[in-house]
Design a protein around this ligand. Structure first.
Ligand code: SF4
Length: 236
């Protein structure tokens, strides 16, 4: 499937349920050619449940940046036990991490946006790109409601930076939809969500949010909201 097919795929998938979208993806592209990218967020947990209930061979990968909160590792273990499957766990390139930390220190991300982006590139984006180069499509848990940087996404997009299809089956879900699904289906989730966290990434770059704050306000909270993407979902 090519970039030129996007508008016809959009026509087919617009208005379909997340379950129908996932079924279409597996039937059309093949379960072996697609993977769900999970950071163990609540949306990723909904999608984990949906994809594994549709096909126990569904592929799910996760990026272990080396700086994740302990609660995320616990959620990983719990999820694997619950569904009896294994994540494809990706680690950053050791030489690049060593060079970056030796040169700028372990907490470089607090010093400037450039250094924060360098860290995200080394610990996340590089390994994601490598993984995506082996796939025909990836599935993500992006929702329009999440932040100002995510209002213009579609259920299917051409990932220009990585040259493959990207599906966002939960695009129109709101936060209540996500929680209702998790509770109804008894899906395991990261316990930091019970402590005021609404979007969870690496431990030093994530905090709980205050009432009334944007859902992604706890990510890189020291930066302007317009810069708050790590490069995993940037449109080129
Ligand atoms: S979220 Fe923070 S620690 Fe994690 S890769 Fe990005 S800058 Fe580095």
């Amino acid at each position: 499937m090519e970039k030129s097919d996007i508008s016809s795929v959009l026509e087919v998938l617009n208005g379909k349920s997340a379950n129908e979208i996932i079924k279409w993806i597996f039937d059309t592209i093949g379960v072996e050619n697609v993977a769900l990218a999970s950071s163990l967020g609540i949306e990723d947990q909904v999608l984990t449940d949906l994809v594994l209930k549709q096909n126990d061979k569904a592929r799910i990968f996760t990026l272990d940046t080396g700086r994740l909160p302990q609660e995320t590792y616990s959620a990983m273990d719990k999820t694997m036990m619950h569904y009896n499957f294994k994540y494809e766990v990706l680690f950053p390139d050791r030489d690049k991490v060593e060079k970056m930390v030796s040169e700028y220190g372990a907490n470089l991300f607090y010093e400037s946006i450039e250094k924060r982006k360098l860290c995200c590139d080394v610990r996340k984006v590089d390994i994601l790109k490598k993984k995506l180069s082996t796939l025909k499509a990836w599935i993500c848990g992006l929702r329009k409601e999440q932040s100002v940087t995510r209002t213009n996404i579609n259920v299917v997009e051409w990932d220009e930076a990585n040259n493959l299809l990207k599906f966002n089956p939960l695009i129109d879900w709101n936060e209540a939809d996500v929680w209702n699904y998790l509770k109804k289906e008894n899906v395991p989730y990261n316990k930091l969500f019970d402590k005021g966290y609404t979007s969870i990434g690496c431990a030093p770059c994530t905090r709980a949010i205050e009432k009334g704050e944007d859902l992604r306000a706890g990510r890189w909270w020291w930066e302007d909201p317009m810069h708050k993407e790590c490069g995993l979902h940037v449109k080129k």
